[in-house]
Design a protein around this ligand. Structure first.
Ligand SMILES: Nc1nc2c(c(=O)[nH]1)N(C=O)[C@@H](CNc1ccc(C(=O)N[C@@H](CCC(=O)O)C(=O)O)cc1)CN2
Ligand SMILES: Nc1nc2c(ncn2[C@@H]2O[C@H](COP(=O)(O)OP(=O)(O)OP(=O)(O)O)[C@@H](O)[C@H]2O)c(=O)[nH]1
Length: 466
């Protein structure tokens, strides 16, 4: 299927050593045209797989570099094709020269993700494993690494493949019944099918539900910072992020757009979402921002509600109607900011007010000064406690990929129809249709029925050389 032999630089710029990967039917012959092994009696194309050969890359008579070359023979390589790897000195000039020589001798530049795409097309891995390769390269913490590693090693595709196999057996029995419809026979034991459907429903529900945790680990626990204009949201965000990201000014409504950034605190990645201040306004652009604030609030797991302590009462009363109903199921932290300029008696009355009106599960309050960084460490601890993520291991199966989540959600809907259908003794042809749909969505995750556009999109997001 892949007649082209492709090449790409696989290493980042600036290292002492650089590596070029060649893959395809001509990989070994093209490499041997530009590479002469050190000991002249050895031939590169007789090199044993998984060994290194020392030698030189020549452009005509000129030596480009002294290199080490490795060799893999189809199907035993990353792509499943014949492959070579040329390891030279890390000069971008040398790497470019070697690339040009390879191209002059019949290679073509690889597209982003093309090696992994070939690995997928040659059956070395399924699509969810290929997607995990990209996650693995992007992983920046122990948790994201563990998730990507578990998925790359076959994580949930194995479990899904087993279930899909059982479903296929069943649906072929149901479909066989259809061929004998005159005789009113039942090859597929409905009770056993119902048991299988329940089992599958449980597995898929678990995977669908794991996405919240998976998403929080991969993209950060979403924390929305909301409150009235000028309460100090941007100032606090800058403190939390330890850098000057959001624009701070004393003109009301400075933050019109939603700013997002992630930061690691206590081993947990948080994704802070600064939002436009909420107030009644006729400014069109600002109103759009406020609309978006509410959308972001819905996505958040933790809500930091910043209240200007010097002007708290009116804000609380005005906003509690808008905000509180939207915080159900979320952890709400009411942050009284600018606390350094209010009196102790004011604090006490605010605390009493809070305790009388907000005391419920998953609600905290704190007095801080964002400007003077007073009690902001305590706020960080509060956040870490609010974000109780489970400890995950490489054996935990957690969905992190939106594409998988969507396919699983559709599979879950279809399996519910199968369960309902069995309960009301639906006819075989409808039943098999619903089962086929479950199979279809499960197969989508492994990439067996995935359409070309989606495939292209997935691999285009890889880096070159992978
Ligand atoms: N130099 C180099 N390092 C690398 C890679 C590479 O391509 N080149 N990889 C690229 O991502 C990763 C390793 N991935 C690989 C995966 C499979 C095979 C391979 O030869 N598989 C054979 C043998 C399997 C076995 O013995 O179990 C096969 O599948 O038949 C090679 C590399 C990370 N490090
Ligand atoms: N005294 C005092 N002033 C503060 C504190 N935090 C912020 N401010 C000031 O309050 C003003 C508004 O701060 P911002 O951080 O821009 O407020 P915001 O909530 O992001 O405002 P919008 O972008 O308009 O929604 C600025 O002048 C800040 O310097 C604080 O803890 N104490």
């Amino acid at each position: 299927m892949n007649q082209d032999t492709i090449c790409a630089i696989a290493t980042a710029q600036g290292g002492a050593i650089g590596s070029i990967r060649v893959s395809g039917p001509e990989a070994i012959s093209i490499t041997s045209r530009i590479f002469k092994p050190g000991k002249s009696n050895r031939k590169f194309n007789e090199q044993k797989p998984y060994t290194l050969t020392f030698g030189r890359i020549y452009n005509g008579k000129e030596i480009i570099d002294e290199v080490l070359v490795s060799l893999f023979r189809s199907p035993h390589s990353y792509t499943g094709e014949d492959c070579t790897e040329i390891t030279c000195h890390g000069s971008s000039y040398i790497l470019q020269q070697v690339m040009q020589l390879l191209i002059k001798n019949g290679c073509r530049m690889a597209q982003p993700g093309e090696y992994t795409q070939r690995a997928f097309l040659n059956g070395k891995m399924d699509l969810s494993q290929a997607e995990a390769v990209a996650d693995l390269i992007a992983s920046s913490s122990a948790a994201t690494h563990r998730l990507a590693m578990s998925q790359m090693r076959g994580g949930f595709s194995k479990e899904l493949t087993d279930l899909r196999g059982k479903l296929l057996d069943f649906t072929s029995m149901v479909e066989l019944e259809l061929d004998f419809s005159e005789e009113d026979v039942e090859f597929a034991d409905r009770q056993a099918l119902r048991q299988l459907a329940d089992e599958i429903e449980e597995v898929i529900s678990r995977l669908v539900n794991s996405f919240n945790v998976g998403n929080a680990i991969k993209n950060g626990v979403p924390v929305a910072i909301i409150g009235e204009t000028n309460a100090g949201k941007s100032t606090l965000l800058n403190v939390l992020l330890n850098e000057d990201k959001a624009i701070v000014s004393d003109i009301h409504g400075t933050t019109r757009d939603v700013i997002e950034d992630t930061v690691n605190m206590g081993g947990i990645t948080f994704r802070f979402i600064d939002t436009a201040g909420i107030r009644e306004t006729n400014d069109m652009i600002e109103n759009l921002g406020i609309e978006r604030t509410f959308q972001k609030l819905d996505q958040a797991e933790i809500v930091l509600w910043i209240v200007d302590a010097t002007d708290a009462n009116s804000q609380i009363i005005q906003l509690s109607e808008q905000i509180l109903p939207r915080c159900e199921g979320k952890h709400l932290i009411v942050v009284f900011n600018k606390a350094e300029i209010i009196h102790k008696t004011q604090k006490d009355s605010l605390r009493t007010f809070f305790q009388q009106n907000f005391l419920q599960e998953h609600t905290d309050m704190i007095f801080i000064s964002a400007k003077q960084k007073l009690h902001t460490d305590e706020l960080e601890k509060m956040l870490v406690n609010a974000a109780h993520l489970p400890n995950i291991t490489q054996n935990d199966i957690i969905v992190t990929n939106v594409r998988h989540y969507e396919a699983l959600t559709k599979a879950l809907e279809a399996i519910h129809r199968v369960q309902e259908g069995l309960d009301v003794q639906i006819s075989g042809d409808f039943l098999s249709q619903d089962i086929r749909e479950v199979i279809f969505h499960i197969s989508d995750i492994a990439g067996e029925v995935t359409n070309d556009m989606v495939l292209q999109n997935i691999f285009r997001n890889f880096c070159i050389g992978k």
